[in-house]
Design a protein around this ligand. Sequence first.
Ligand SMILES: [Mn+2]
Length: 348
Amino acid sequence: MIKIDANTSGVIHDLVSRSSKITTVSHTHPDGDAVGSSVAMACWLKSLGKDVACIFPDSIGSNLEFIFPSDIRKSTIVCTEDPKGAEARIGESDLIFCLDFNAFNRTEGLAGMLASSKAPKILIDHHLSPDAASFDVCVSETAVSSASELAYYVLMTMPETGGKASRLPAGSAKALMAGMTTDTNNFANSTYPSTLRMASELLDAGVDRDSIVAEINWCYGENRLRLIGTAMKDLMTITPDGVSYIILDKATLDRYDVREGDTEGLVNMPLAIRGVRMSIMLKQDEGYFRVSVRSKKGTSANTLAKESFNGGGHELAAGGKLFFPKDIASPEDAAAYIEKVTKDFFAR
Ligand SMILES: [Mn+2]
């Protein structure tokens, strides 16, 4: 069961009380949990009268826009769109909340700005091996569903809520439920007793879960389903070790006009096959593939992502990058690379 110790909670509350310009930062390619935990903290800080901004390294999928109240969206900066704005904001912040990532390099373009910022930094995260030295306060737990869940329990220890979800600003309550729901795939994975308790308390406090689930699941364009059809029928390969892999190259991404968020969840689908132990998806970008790895219990997605894809994350859900020409000579070599590294991985 999660327990935010009183000392940590007191330090966080003191830092917040002493600060007026407070900024949240989350990871590159923000997912529902990155946005949910950021918006939840921002709404709470705003309710305390703070000057708040959320910063994300790059663009937010249109499917996640529903999480933002309009005032928070207005004070949100996307670094790739406004790097100077992001730098200025980080420079003038007197406190920074770092949400849903474990090391500055997960924020790409923001990493240097965070490293040179003198502001105290509070980490709230659920990934393995946080780079604790970079943060002044570390709230890091891996046995939770999401950063949103941890943020919820941090907020519950604040005197303003007194442990009552009904005292959260409505925007925080909704964002926390949304972030937890996306990171658990609607309670399909990494669901703990504390996760269900949080969900129950938020429901009791009046959060409209049905509309959140509808926003998450029913918000895609036709292109996404057409892409999934092609991916499953023509692009999925399954190796003798039970590794499924799908490579979305540039031509495929262009043909289906794939935008941020369109491939969400696709990597989980091959795990539905009984004999598949691990699923890998590659998505081509400039000079590298974005890599997602998922696995079933007993197989470590984190280890493979760390060893072979310059990444890491959670035991059963991790990510990374495969660079060309550094790791493979050209994009066409990706399939052979996956076959080789997974064969070696399962051979030991
Ligand atoms: Mn997360």
